[in-house]
Design a protein around this ligand. Structure first.
Ligand SMILES: CCCCC/C=C/C(=O)SCCNC(=O)CCNC(=O)[C@H](O)C(C)(C)COP(=O)(O)OP(=O)(O)OC[C@H]1O[C@@H](n2cnc3c(N)ncnc32)[C@H](O)[C@@H]1OP(=O)(O)O
Ligand SMILES: NC(=O)C1=CN([C@@H]2O[C@H](COP(=O)(O)OP(=O)(O)OC[C@H]3O[C@@H](n4cnc5c(N)ncnc54)[C@H](OP(=O)(O)O)[C@@H]3O)[C@@H](O)[C@H]2O)C=CC1
Length: 283
């Protein structure tokens, strides 16, 4: 059962209906629990029915599922149709399903590049169009919010060139569609997230996982609950005010160009030196 929200009113999203892709696991699951705690009804989607069924069962009332592959338009239409049949409306789409594998740029096979593009860019576009066309576009008084999960930092990630490119495309689409669909009452926001304390992170090479927290200025991994709060916040009316924007939740990684503390200039304790004061104050 999803407990009460620690920070939001229980009726913040009362009467709202959301779809969360990848809602059966990790970050998507936590976001679903928070949306439920804020009064929304949530349909979770993913390919593995047994995972979705277990999560919907655990989260309880208000949570249901439709299995499907976000890359396939027929599946996307079925997910959206299932949500509309059940609830009669749709207010929020969280495009959270996504991912990549850790690989140096020069070793990315063409098939792997396409797989990452297809999941993150096409999957996001396919779901977004399926929801917008079925529930929002050309329907006065309708409209809703799309929250696209992307990745931070934006200034280059080792072994993540394919996903960096894919997520940049999603952020560009977020801004573009926010402008194009504004008059239909559709808001789109990207949530660019850093490194989170999830089971999914642990598939990466051991050294990457071990150093992940230390590599960001905040010096810790993001907490799943923090991601869930951001999703609920963006699903609230403030999401319309942020339409077209990319919000980062990344331990300040985007504000810094490398590992923290900066290894080339810090001492063994991680202390960055301070320059000597001027001998004479300026006249
Ligand atoms: C400090 C680290 C920061 C990390 C920030 C981000 C963290 C996260 O996102 S955590 C969430 C992680 N979750 C996921 O990634 C889940 C979703 N991911 C996937 O499903 C796959 O990784 C996918 C994106 C590749 C899509 O899978 P699918 O379409 O099923 O593709 P295939 O598995 O059939 O692979 C196709 C093709 O891709 C290449 N490839 C895939 N995995 C690897 C690998 N580990 N190493 C090398 N190459 C890989 C390869 O070319 C595959 O073709 P075949 O060789 O013919 O199998
Ligand atoms: N964890 C982290 O530190 C970070 C995560 N992110 C991003 O956050 C999002 C959630 O990640 P996280 O929870 O950690 O990882 P998960 O691997 O748990 O999430 C991926 C989810 O997407 C679903 N999914 C994958 N492919 C498809 C598909 N083709 N169609 C439908 N559903 C699909 C999976 O379910 P199924 O396999 O059953 O289909 C799974 O539930 C992803 O976009 C990820 O890249 C970004 C930065 C950091």
């Amino acid at each position: 059962m999803a407990g009460p929200s620690e920070i939001f009113r229980p009726d913040l999203l009362a009467g709202r209906v959301a779809i969360v892709t990848g809602g059966g696991t990790n970050l998507g699951r936590q976001a679903t629990a928070e949306l439920l705690a804020c009064g929304a009804q949530v349909v979770i989607a993913g390919r593995r029915e047994e995972v979705l069924a277990a999560t919907a069962d655990e989260l309880g009332e208000g949570c249901s599922y439709v299995s499907g592959d976000v890359r396939e338009r027929a599946d996307a239409d079925r997910i959206v149709g299932g949500a509309l049949d059940r609830h009669g409306r749709l207010d929020v789409l969280v495009n959270n399903a996504g991912g990549q594998y850790f690989v140096p740029a020069e070793a990315i096979a063409a098939k792997g590049w396409r797989a990452v593009m297809r999941l993150n860019v096409e999957g996001t576009m396919t779901m977004t169009h399926a929801v917008a066309e079925a529930a929002w576009l050309g329907r006065p008084g309708a409209g809703g919010t799309v929250i696209n999960v992307t990745v931070s930092p934006h200034h280059g990630m080792p072994a993540m060139a394919h996903t960096g490119a894919a997520r940049a495309a999603v952020e560009a689409l977020t801004a573009e569609l926010a402008e194009r669909w504004r008059e239909d009452g559709v808001a789109l926001v990207a949530a660019a997230i850093g490194r989170f304390d999830t089971e999914s992170l642990r598939k990466y090479p051991e050294i990457v996982v071990r150093q992940a927290a230390r590599s960001v200025p905040l010096q810790r991994l993001g907490r799943m609950q923090e991601f869930a709060w951001l999703v609920a916040f963006l699903a609230s009316p403030v999401g319309h005010g942020l339409s077209g924007t990319t919000v980062t939740l990344d331990g300040a990684a985007d504000n810094w160009w490398g590992a923290w503390p900066p290894e080339l200039i810090a001492d063994d304790e991680g202390t960055v030196p301070t320059e000597a004061r001027r001998a004479e104050p300026p006249a």
